[in-house]
Design a protein around this ligand. Structure first.
Ligand SMILES: Cc1cc2nc3c(=O)[nH]c(=O)nc-3n(C[C@H](O)[C@H](O)[C@H](O)COP(=O)(O)OP(=O)(O)OC[C@H]3O[C@@H](n4cnc5c(N)ncnc54)[C@H](O)[C@@H]3O)c2cc1C
Length: 287
């Protein structure tokens, strides 16, 4: 069985993976091919020890080189759920596979997109973060898909193949979805409303409320709120609550980086990834 699954390929996850490698632990690292949008987008980094002034793009190149040198692969797969099972932790991948490990390190960053009013309230009752998990529930129905990145366009196309009608809201430039049943609209939803389940999405235009009736809303974004990813996880103001060993309230689940709280900084995220990996190693040794 794997010692650890690291979720997130930002500096917190990378730092954890490098330490797990040095400690001889078995692990898999999941994230994105570009490592982290937050690193790639940084114009200039002036406060990271040892790198006097680098662009985010240069930092990504250096990190990729270091990962390759340590023979660590970042697997481009989104994690859709983490389940504490007592002595083990199960992790659900987007492709439907379930992995089991002794521990998990959550290094999934924080959401850069503000939640839509009603998003949390209707999660699991019409709001979904996962096209492949829940898409089949909307066969021949009308849905709305709010997407933060071009990388999710294949998921939008997948949903268009199932639903009768897709209202598509790309929160990025140059969206390219060509399907007869997809209608693109460029505006920010104000509220997801409903009763027991989602009934529609409301927008505001010049002080007037406009509503579009839908059966479901898919929100496709890089980082999920940790509480949506891990059932029963203790959070405070959207951040994972951890102790000095980066342990969460759930056995075998650790967290590091922006997801544990401010300040949102590379040095803090890197340090926490390192600490989490050391205590994961100690936890596995005890077992
Ligand atoms: C424009 C910009 C400039 C910045 N400049 C600086 C700076 O100069 N100095 C500084 O110290 N800090 C800076 N920061 C802050 C810094 O980027 C963050 O503190 C740092 O990236 C946090 O690292 P992290 O590993 O915790 O999270 P992130 O870098 O956000 O990485 C999280 C990773 O988790 C992955 N992920 C999330 N959910 C899942 C999932 N369910 N399944 C699989 N993978 C998942 C994401 O794809 C991503 O790869 C800047 C931030 C921005 C946005």
């Amino acid at each position: 069985m794997l010692d650890c699954i690291v979720i997130g390929s930002g500096v917190a996850g990378i730092s954890a993976a490098l330490t797990l490698r040095a400690n001889g632990k078995s692990f898999r690292l999941f994230g994105s091919p570009n490592l982290s949008e937050k690193i790639a987008r940084a114009e200039r980094i002036e406060n990271y020890p040892g790198l006097s002034s680098v662009s985010g793009a240069e930092f990504v190149v250096a990190l990729k080189k270091q990962l390759a040198g340590a023979e660590i692969t970042v697997e481009n797969e989104r994690i859709n759920g983490v389940f504490a099972m007592g002595d083990t932790v199960n992790v659900a991948l987007q492709n439907g596979e379930i992995l089991t490990a002794k521990t998990v390190i959550l290094a999934c960053g924080v959401e850069s997109v503000k939640q839509i009013e009603g998003e949390e309230k209707f999660l699991g009752r019409g709001v979904s973060y996962c096209a492949t998990c829940d898409g089949f529930l909307y066969k021949d129905k009308t849905i709305m898909v709010v997407s933060t990145s071009k990388t999710f366009e294949h998921e939008v196309a997948y949903l268009a193949g199932i639903a009768k009608k897709v209202w598509f809201i790309p929160l990025y430039k140059n969206a390219e979805i060509e399907a007869e049943n997809v209608e693109k609209t460029v505006r920010m939803p104000k509220e997801i409303y409903g009763e027991k389940r989602v009934l529609g999405v409301a927008f505001e235009k010049k002080g007037e409320r406009e509503e579009i009736a839908v059966d479901g809303v898919f929100i496709l974004k890089e980082s999920l709120p940790p509480s949506a990813l891990v059932g029963g996880l203790e959070t405070a103001e959207g951040h994972v609550v951890v102790d000095r060993q980066m342990r969460t309230n759930l056995k075998g689940i650790f967290a590091a980086g922006d997801c544990t709280g401010r300040p949102y900084q590379y040095a803090k995220a890197t340090g926490e990834g390192n600490v989490a990996a050391h205590y994961v190693s100690a936890y596995c040794a005890k077992k």
